[in-house]
Write a protein that binds this ligand. Structure first.
Ligand code: ZN
Length: 226
């Protein structure tokens, strides 16, 4: 079942040239490793306020990622994370835990990740990620609202698992360019997370690729580029 046009990034943000509102949330992990999204209160057209939290925890659970949408698609709106978005992540003393992977910013075209150092990575094409995920899982039975949370959780878990493996393999994650794509393998849908050097002019190869099962975030394989 295909629901392609439904899959504009942030359905419940009512994205459009203007007139939508921001949505956001914490991606939380409990003591048993279960991951869920806790929504923030609905935002305004171009801003959203977080509930209070401390020590990278909300209601006793670890905040492993945060996310918010950019619903305005008009040419007079910046699509990528704003300076305030970046500073708010970078300078927040309560988002400094090692398990915090950053803030996903979901715009109409792209999904961005703001890292805890404030740097932004463009990690994928929103429409492709959402559509592939929809076709690759049983997400068709989910409402778009739930689906968006589902993808945020899946992405956050995959990034957390892959970053750990990359660090264990000696990759300096903060000095890497990360790209995320999806592909099918034996009927499963995988997140393929590629780490390449940030300073890539004048060099070739050296990428590390971690493939993560999108359903349970287990690592399926680790490859080296060359
Ligand atoms: Zn923003």
């Amino acid at each position: 079942m295909r629901v392609p046009l439904l899959m504009q990034n942030s359905i419940d943000s009512q994205p459009g040239v203007s007139g939508g509102h921001e949505e956001g949330g914490f991606v939380l992990r409990d003591a048993n490793g279960n991951v869920s999204v806790s929504r923030w209160q609905q935002g305004e057209q171009d801003r959203i306020i977080l509930p209070t939290y401390q020590d990278c925890r909300f209601e006793g659970q670890e905040i492993i990622a945060t996310l918010h949408t950019h619903p305005n698609t008009g040419g007079n709106y910046l699509q990528e994370p704003s300076e305030t978005d970046k500073r708010a992540v970078r300078d927040d003393p309560n988002l400094k835990a090692a398990f915090y992977e950053g803030e996903l910013v979901i715009s109409q075209e792209k999904i961005y990740l703001i890292e805890s150092n404030g740097q932004v990575r463009e990690i994928g094409d929103t429409r492709i990620i959402l559509q592939v995920d929809l076709e690759g899982t049983m997400a068709a039975v989910l409402t778009p609202d739930v689906l968006q949370d589902d993808i945020a959780v899946s992405l956050a878990r995959a990034i957390a698992a892959a970053n750990k493996r990359a660090r264990d393999s000696g990759v300096d994650v903060l000095q890497s360019i990360i790209t995320i794509t999806q592909r099918a393998l034996d009927g499963d849908t995988l997140w393929r997370i590629n780490y390449g050097p940030r300073e890539y002019i004048g060099r070739r190869g050296g990428d590390l690729i971690v493939e993560v099962d999108s359903s349970d975030s287990s690592i399926k394989q680790v490859l080296r580029g060359q």
